[in-house]
Design a protein around this ligand. Structure first.
Ligand SMILES: Cc1cc2nc3c(=O)[nH]c(=O)nc-3n(C[C@H](O)[C@H](O)[C@H](O)COP(=O)(O)O)c2cc1C
Length: 402
């Protein structure tokens, strides 16, 4: 239903984003998009690049007088650092551009990329495989988030693990607390340990990974479908999250723990609630109808469809491949042993990964939402949504045929 495409290199002129397929008539502004771009740039353990950039997406089309027009939304995020890279990244031929990279980094796209594309300067690969591209994804995700907001759907994230230090938390999570934390972690004890681990990695010329949880609330029942692999909501989320640079595993809800528990302890049993529609007290009151579950291990998805419970996706981020104390490697040109290439780099990229994960989840949800409710105008989408919401409940409660 909706799609986006990004273009741009890490040290090129900037990032271009085209977002397509959203209805007309919902508010969107550069300031709104800016909030998430700024959040992506924050986080303990980020490198010097974030001091240079102050990302802002310029809206070039698709929005008029503060409202979406239904036409493609295009944006441009300039790379401030380009002034230092004009010759290296020139689009015109230049004599002796400098900064050729041949020392391969294990864990980055360097080796498979140069061999696949038949080139002898790793820069042609690293410029695009760099996670600078995630600024563009966050801008696209912000459009999706703004759309979802019209229906009360919110997407947030927090860091749950850095270098093996796990956050102790319960749902519902205090998102303001997560945002206020330097490592986007709501557990102060874990936060202090995480910061220590990042400091130690920096001191050692090392890097550190971790895990993030993304939560979407007020997701209506029935986004996605059970009927085909590519319509399953969990499969679509897995693709969107796994494609984030350095992401190495994705789980929906307690997907990693599913291997450990018997069915009697794993499944989120359904409980009836009173006819006044009120759910019993508990950590997971559903916003989407008269169904109650005391637990949410399945992370709000069953059979490839949303259950109305908070949608929970977790993913791991491996430690960054560019080490200040480089690993032994091989030179692409000579084939001889060398130290891997080092270029200004983050030590820990887990806190920003959460913001990128939110964008990925928001885009998938907006897509599934529009697939179910359609509409070329936001009012039309709302009418369709509201009429569907009235059909939710035990079949004996609701008239579904009109
Ligand atoms: C927010 C973020 C920042 C990143 N920063 C760096 C970095 O500074 N240096 C680096 O080598 N890799 C960084 N990465 C990871 C690489 O982009 C990634 O490992 C590389 O593209 C290879 O892809 P793969 O890890 O998925 O195989 C970052 C990833 C994210 C999500």
């Amino acid at each position: 239903m909706i799609k986006y495409i990004t273009a741009g290199e890490s040290h090129g002129k900037g990032l271009t984003i085209i977002v397509e397929g959203f209805p007309t008539g919902f508010p969107l502004s550069e300031d709104y998009i800016q909030e998430d771009l700024a959040r992506r740039q924050r986080g303990y353990g980020r490198g010097g690049r974030q001091l240079i950039e102050k990302d802002r997406a310029e809206l070039l089309s698709g929005v008029r007088h503060g409202l979406t027009m239904g036409s493609p939304i295009s944006m441009f995020i300039p790379n401030k650092d380009y002034v230092n890279w004009g010759k290296v990244m020139a689009t015109e031929p230049v004599e002796d551009p400098g900064n050729t990279v041949t020392r391969l980094r294990a864990g980055h796209a360097d080796m498979p990329g140069t061999i696949k594309y038949g080139i002898s300067d790793v820069r042609n690969i690293l410029e695009r495989s760099s996670a600078r591209e995630t600024a563009a994804r966050v801008a696209a995700g912000a459009v999706a988030k703004r759309f979802l907001q019209e229906f009360g759907i919110e997407v947030h994230s927090h860091v749950i693990n850095i270098g093996g230090v796990r956050s102790k938390y319960e749902h519902p999570v205090d998102w303001e607390k997560a945002n206020a934390s330097e490592v986007h972690c709501i557990d102060p004890l874990a936060e202090a340990e995480m910061i220590k681990i990042i400091d130690k990695a920096k001191e050692d010329g090392d890097t550190i990974g971790g895990a993030v949880e993304v939560v979407a609330t007020n997701v209506p029942i029935g986004l996605g479908s059970h009927v085909h692999y590519e319509r399953k909501l969990d499969a679509r989320l897995a693709l969107a999250l796994m494609s984030i640079q350095a992401c190495k595993s994705v789980a929906i809800g307690e997907g990693w723990e599913a291997a450990d528990l018997p069915g009697s302890q794993y499944h989120d049993t359904l409980e009836p609630i009173a006819e006044d529609g009120k759910a019993p007290a508990g950590p997971y009151p559903t916003a989407s109808g008269p169904w109650h579950r005391a637990t949410n291990r399945t992370g709000g998805i069953e059979g490839g469809m949303s259950t109305g419970m908070p949608l929970i996706a977790r993913f791991t981020i491996k430690p960054i491949a560019t080490l200040a104390k480089p690993l032994p490697s091989v030179d692409l040109v000579t084939g001889k042993t060398v130290q891997a290439h080092f270029e200004r780099s983050d030590v820990c990229n887990v806190p920003p990964a959460g913001v990128i994960g939110e964008a990925a989840v928001a885009f998938v949800l907006a897509d599934a939402f529009l697939e179910k409710f359609g509409g070329d105008n936001i009012d039309e989408t709302s009418r369709n949504f509201n009429s569907y919401q009235k059909t939710i409940g035990p079949r004996s409660w609701v008239a579904t045929d009109g």
